[in-house]
Design a protein around this ligand. Structure first.
Ligand code: NAP
Length: 527
């Protein structure tokens, strides 16, 4: 037995096992052996359970030293020498390119990766040398860097791998639509051999994080943020600490924020921490959706998703996915929450108005009864705030907007005690002022949406803007003795309401959620 043996982890017997241990694999991408060793150490410390040694990425001078990595690794290894014609760096003649992989088999390495197109050549070489695979498992891979793949195509590739004696089938495709994640998950649920389906690019990030949910054999993560071997990889520490990768199984309920763009959403940090604190078997991911939001929501809910947060630009279109719309969605015309009920029906709700108004009414004794309220802005947030002010019993709601016609339309739509005016026509005293415009947001931090002389002692002032946390509006209001409520409270409040819709009867750990948002905004301890 060679001394260059890396440990062989178990292979799940079938893709449908209920609690598989999906390997969290990091590819070593450096060009020198020493750097790859330092990447290996960092990956192990961060929580990787499998390492891919990319021989093709080592410089030609360093390549002969590659077995040093075998000796040094306490984690199981995949040895890969990716061909240039499959997106890698190895351009030597095929027999030469396959030689180190065959050497890896003699060294009892845990896995080698051979391209599907090179599989026949590989087996011929093995036969010529009268070798079998011994303890080494054969990953057979197929990549498309320029397009996605249909379900049929993925399943055909898996079938070929099986027929040609591969142990683990792996396909990687460039994501074109969020639907590609659904293709990946469906293929994993269908196949009867251990398999991996990765959707590359930001669009495919769910396919990487949710690999254990669908019993994938492995998933790839980067050593550090932005240092992945393929686009869309999440770093190992975030996989383990934010997404709780080790706890995801086929029973885990999946939630996602859908939008475009969605990369800056604070949802994963906040909701995953809340799931952890409430001891719930659930995970929350970002899903970049560029088209077909209603079909994506419906299909996801058929394969283990239990709810969505919805952000720009899908709050209106997503209404088509719902079987039932709550009254607030009908009135506001926007939906930011999808709830999958026990009977499988999808309910649409809006938690934006409740998040803001709950926070505000903590300062007004629970309601706005008898209060005169001014809402600045008539966009999406403005509509939610006006609806909320009416729902909380305001005596009169004045909505003022730069484009007066939008304020008037909003007032007509919500009706009741709401009147719409232009920004220059604001008159009289108000008990509550709410800003729903982006005025005061970074970088325009010196702007204030109202004349500061309107701000008075005893008034409650709310600003939907949360970056900066204390806007000029809130600063000036506080100076004059008003009670201030910031946009972070609206964000935390709407997330709390979503959580409680998704898990009826479970109280959301609001303090944990708030802490996480403050942390993400770099505002720790500034409450
Ligand atoms: P939106 O639909 O695009 O509406 C923007 C509103 O701001 C419109 O009424 C617009 O007036 C007005 N506006 C923009 N620039 C202005 C300016 N320079 N002067 C006067 N009015 C101006 O956007 P939205 O979704 O309602 O979001 C608005 C703000 O609320 C954003 O800052 C957003 O980050 C914040 N927000 C916060 C939360 C939270 O959880 N804290 C949630 C949602 C939104 P016109 O109609 O004249 O263009």
């Amino acid at each position: 037995m060679s001394t260059l043996t890396s440990p062989t982890p178990p292979i799940p017997s079938s893709a449908s096992s209920s609690n598989p241990s999906t390997h969290l694999c990091v590819s070593l991408t450096a060009t020198t052996v020493d750097e790859q060793l330092s990447q290996l150490q960092a990956a192990r410390t961060a929580g990787a359970t499998l390492i891919e040694l990319r021989l093709d990425l080592l410089s030609s001078e360093e390549k002969p030293r590659w077995t040093e990595i075998l000796s040094a690794s306490s984690l199981p290894l995949i040895v890969t020498n990716r061909a240039a014609w499959e997106g890698g760096n190895a351009s030597e003649p095929e027999i030469q390119r396959l030689a180190p992989l065959i050497q890896a088999v003699s060294n009892n390495v845990a896995f080698i990766d051979v391209e599907l197109k090179a599989l026949d050549a590989f087996w011929n070489e093995m036969k010529t040398r009268n070798m079998d695979m011994g303890n080494t498992k054969l990953i057979v891979s197929k990549h498309h860097f320029d397009r996605s793949m249909s379900l049929t195509e993925v399943l055909e590739a898996f079938q070929t791998v099986k027929e040609k004696r591969g142990h683990i089938a792996k396909v990687a495709m460039m994501g074109q639509s969020a639907m590609d994640n659904i293709t990946a998950f469906t293929a994993l649920q269908t196949t009867d051999i251990p398999a991996v389906v990765l959707v590359m690019g930001e669009i495919g990030t769910p396919s990487r994080i949710l690999a254990p949910k669908y019993s994938a054999f492995l998933t790839f993560a980067s050593v550090r943020e932005g240092e992945g071997s393929a686009p869309g990889q999440v770093d190992v520490a975030t996989m383990v600490n934010v997404y709780r990768f080790r706890k995801i199984t086929s029973r885990t309920k999946v939630f996602a924020v859908i939008g475009n763009p969605v990369s800056q959403s604070m949802g994963p940090v906040l909701h995953n921490a809340a799931f952890e604190a409430a001891d719930l078997d659930a995970v929350y991911v970002r899903m970049l959706v560029t088209e077909g939001v209603d079909e994506i929501v419906r299909k996801c809910c058929k394969i283990g998703f239990w709810g969505f947060s919805v952000t720009i630009p899908w709050k209106m279109d997503v209404r088509n996915a719902a079987d039932e719309l709550r009254e607030d969605v009908k009135a506001i015309g926007a939906m930011n929450t999808v709830v999958r009920e026990a009977d499988g029906k999808l309910k649409g709700a809006n938690s934006d108005w409740g998040g803001a108004l709950d926070a505000l009414c903590r300062e007004t004794g629970g309601s706005l009864e008898g209060r005169r309220v001014l809402v600045m802005g008539a966009g999406g947030a403005g509509k939610a705030l006006v609806y909320g002010a009416v729902a909380k019993g305001a005596k009169e709601v004045v909505v003022a907007n730069r484009s007066k016609s939008k304020a008037i339309t909003l007032a007509e739509e919500i009706g009741g005690c709401v009147i719409g005016i232009g920004n220059d026509e604001i008159e009289g005293d108000f008990d509550v002022i709410m800003n729903s415009t982006s005025v005061g947001m970074v970088p325009d931090v010196d702007k204030c949406i109202v004349d500061v002389n309107m701000l008075k002692e005893g008034m409650v002032v709310f600003d939907a803007v949360y970056n900066p946390m204390e806007t000029k509006l809130l600063r000036e209001a506080r100076k004059r003795g008003a009670v201030c409520v910031g946009g972070v409270e609206m964000f935390v409040g709407q997330a709390r309401l979503q959580f409680e819709m998704w898990f009826p009867g479970v109280e959301a750990p609001e303090e944990v959620m708030r802490e996480k948002v403050y942390e993400k905004l770099g505002l720790s301890g500034k409450k």
